[in-house]
Design a protein around this ligand. Structure first.
Ligand code: PMP
Length: 380
């Protein structure tokens, strides 16, 4: 029999859409993928070469449980250059992707029955990391007209003596919204709770620069990684930055559950931080061209985009004029015109009636996909 906890883990609805896409593709259909949140670019050469070089040098042993010192130093340097925050390497844990960093942060701070504030809508895995650590999900509904951002008063109302942390994600999946400096400063004032800031889409911003929560408070766990900015999803490399007093416990958690991250992949991470700036800039500009095109087309088709998404690679479009059930709509779209999109309900009840479009695919694919959806809506 499954444990009660295992039973509570929710699944990713987008996976159902992807399974449908695969089924159609097996039948020979040409499916356009606007549902996936994964860069279509190859990992920059300079990163790949660093991994190959490290392998040649037999960098194949366990590393320090917190990660290679050289990589942790490079992360410190990166956060100093980008945000002017001073970190020390013993405040950083290198993990196999951002996802375990989230789990370990939750394990480090949550006692049974304590809760973490998350927004509705949000990245669907958050609740499961909280549940895995024995915590409760304290959900705050946010509103499309405000770019689905927290209202500080709503946070105040939701905080209980058992609220341990507030989860933020900017640039945001699914909305593509970048939190302003003011909004981050306001959140940082909740100093009785930890802020867990998922900064995985940092660097993928197209207008204003993204601020790190660490510019405003030290009482934060920052979750970041290489998957998105450096097109390294399959490499599995991420990290967690935490308050100094958590150094020993984070080391202990990682020693026990993971021992360490792949040695030679950590060397690739160093190359990413130090030498891939130009590659990242080329990808960023390409995403931005696609973003502008996608926004214009969706608006022309009658989707409402309440607040311009200026980060990550998503547009979270209001489709309530066409549909009330985003799950059914996503399946109708893929069945009728063979385009994958992610139903807003995947991200929480407040996302119902919305569809998430990813522009992590070529402009040609985006154009073709949107042409097909335009036809679908006309024929509806
Ligand atoms: N946070 C957010 C908001 C994400 O969108 C993702 C990936 N979809 C992750 C974390 C996890 O990324 P990874 O484990 O590949 O670093």
């Amino acid at each position: 029999m499954l444990s009660q906890r295992a039973n509570e883990f929710t699944s990713f609805i987008v996976m159902d859409v992807m399974a449908k896409a695969e089924e159609l593709e097996r039948k020979g259909e040409h499916v356009i993928h606007l549902e996936v949140g994964e860069p279509d670019f190859m990992t920059p050469k300079v990163i790949e070469e660093a991994a190959q070089e490290a392998l040649k040098k037999q960098k194949i042993k366990y590393t320090h449980a917190l990660g290679l010192l050289e990589l942790r130093e490079a992360i410190c340097e990166y956060y100093y250059n980008e945000y002017h925050v001073s970190l020390s390497p013993d405040q950083i844990l290198v993990t196999t992707g951002t996802s375990p960093a989230l789990l370990f942060a939750m394990l480090a701070i949550i006692n049974p029955g304590e809760d973490v504030i998350v927004s509705n809508p949000r990245y669907p895995c958050y609740q499961n990391f909280i549940i895995a650590a024995g915590g409760l999900v304290n959900e705050i509904v946010t509103y499309p007209e405000e770019g689905f951002q927290y209202r500080p008063d709503d946070i105040k109302k939701k905080i209980t003596p058992k609220t341990k942390a507030i989860m933020i994600n900017s640039p945001c999946n699914p909305t593509g919204i970048v939190m302003s400096k003011d909004a981050l400063q306001t959140i940082a004032q909740f100093d009785k709770q930890f802020i867990i800031s998922d900064e995985i889409y940092h660097g993928l911003v197209y207008k204003e620069r993204a601020h790190s929560i660490l510019e405003f408070t030290d009482k934060a766990f920052v979750i970041n990684g290489f998957s998105k900015l450096y097109a390294m999803t399959g490499w599995r490399l991420g990290y967690c930055i935490f308050p100094k007093e958590f150094s020993k416990v984070m080391q202990r958690i990682h020693q026990n559950f993971m021992i360490s991250v792949n040695n030679f992949i950590q060397w690739a991470g160093i190359a990413a931080l130090k030498y891939a700036k130009q590659d990242v800039e080329t990808m960023r500009q390409t995403y931005n061209t696609r973003r502008q095109y996608m926004i214009e087309r969706l608006q022309a088709m009658g989707f409402i985009i309440h607040v311009e998404p200026t980060g990550a690679f998503y547009v979270f479009a209001d489709a309530r004029a066409f549909c009330s059930d985003s799950y059914k709509e996503a399946f109708n779209i893929i069945e009728k015109v063979k385009v994958g999109v992610t139903p807003g309900i995947d991200f929480g009840s407040a996302g119902q009636g919305f569809l998430r479009f990813s522009y992590a695919t070529s402009l040609e694919n985006i154009e073709e996909g949107l042409n097909r959806i335009e036809k679908y809506l006309k024929d509806k």
